[in-house]
Design a protein around this ligand. Structure first.
Ligand SMILES: *C/C=C(C)/C=C/C=C(C)/C=C/C1=C(C)CCCC1(C)C
Length: 240
């Protein structure tokens, strides 16, 4: 009973608490998306099930982190940066795995996957250093992180991953292109949040916009969007 009361007692949320609101809605959206991906899994050809499973894992890991981040924000009114980066360091590499899984039909090698995972971890670790450990040099760490991001964008748009996607053709090429747009445009939301939340010459550009709101919007678009692209690919390929 005590446990239940504890669970039901919710901190107040003020109507202009956009961070709290986006944590709450983001959490719900991630949970709903996870249920959707997990429950649809068995209706697809075997070769797509792992991809759909990974889509569900990405949103599920995010849902659990959002639960914590929402509470952290509610009790401390402070950015839950630690949980944020733990979430990212688990889910962004899984997004790299998605690229590999859909390109496997064209003979993608594991080395492509590990290269992308490595670059994404470099991008996130340097971002964390700039946001937490060395805020005075946030611009420099942001720049390094941006360089790793740029290499990922290059690889998928013009590099080896692109070549494989063209070889695969059809629905796989289409899905690859859609994921590429998510990485180019959707992921570009994050450096904006970083600039809004760290000190630097650029800080005033985003005056008033909250880093966490920007990150939360980015997460919803990218994590659920990525999953839906893969879901769509599985639907198209299983119909034939
Ligand atoms: C689900 C979470 C995702 C897709 C997170 C992606 C995060 C990024 C693409 C972060 C990129 C950053 C830069 C390119 C520079 C500034 C530091 C970061 C880490 C915010």
């Amino acid at each position: 009973m005590n446990l239940l009361m504890n669970f039901l007692s919710v901190a107040k949320m003020s109507p202009d608490d956009y961070v709290g609101f986006t944590f709450f809605v983001g959490c719900m959206a991630m949970m709903a998306a996870s249920a959707f991906f997990f429950l649809s899994m068995s209706s697809f050809d075997k070769k797509w099930r792992t991809s759909i499973l990974v889509s569900g894992l990405i949103t599920f890991i995010a849902a659990v982190h959002y639960l914590y981040m929402r509470d952290y924000w509610a009790s401390n009114a402070e950015s839950p940066t630690f949980f944020r980066y733990v979430d990212w360091v688990l889910t962004v590499p899984l997004m790299c795995v998605e690229f590999y899984l859909i390109l496997k039909v064209a003979g993608a090698k594991k080395s492509l996957m590990w290269r992308m995972i490595f670059l994404s971890v470099v991008m996130l670790v340097t971002g964390y250093i700039g946001e937490v450990l060395s805020r005075d040099n946030a611009w420099l760490w942001g720049l390094l992180s941006g360089a790793a991001y740029f290499v990922i964008v290059y690889d998928i748009w013009l590099g080896s991953a692109k070549k494989l996607a063209v070889e695969a053709g059809g629905a796989v090429l289409q899905a690859h292109k859609a994921l590429c747009w998510f990485v180019l445009v959707g992921w570009a939301i994050y450096p904006l949040g970083y600039m809004a939340g760290t000190p630097g010459w650029y800080a005033d550009i985003f005056g008033g916009l909250s880093m966490d709101v920007i990150y939360n919007i980015g997460d919803a678009i990218n994590k659920i969007g990525f999953g839906l692209v893969v879901y769509n690919l599985a639907v198209q390929s299983s119909n034939k």
